[in-house]
Design a protein. Structure first.
Length: 113
């Protein structure tokens, strides 16, 4: 095991310690098993609204694919990282409907906007 691939540990004296490595791939849950939350967020964005989709469990590639689909359907920009998708603008209802149509049945709207 290469020391460069180890994450979240600087040094351990425990001989039975198992290191986490960057190569540990997690499997993406099926859309009907995902519990996504859709909300409008304005914090630390200079008053600009974004639609935030949280709770995605899966690989970064699948997250990027979902992000790309949602951005193209809404016709706006955005980004995806750390299990969250950020869509520029207030598209909570539209994103919620799109996710339901794509098979994400456990999706919830959060917040009152």
């Amino acid at each position: 095991m290469s020391k460069k691939n180890r994450i979240n540990v600087v040094y351990s004296t425990n001989p039975d310690f198992s290191y986490e490595t960057e190569g540990d791939d997690m499997e993406t849950l099926a859309p009907d098993e995902q519990e996504l939350r859709v909300l409008i967020d304005r914090k630390q964005r200079k008053g600009k609204s974004v639609t935030l989709i949280t709770g995605f469990e899966g690989t970064d590639d699948d997250l990027k694919d979902l992000e790309k689909t949602l951005k193209s359907k809404c016709g706006v920009g955005g980004s995806a990282k750390n299990g969250e998708i950020l869509i520029q603008g207030e598209f909570k209802d539209k994103v919620y409907d799109l996710l339901l149509d794509m098979g994400y049945k456990r999706t919830k709207k959060v917040g009152g906007y």
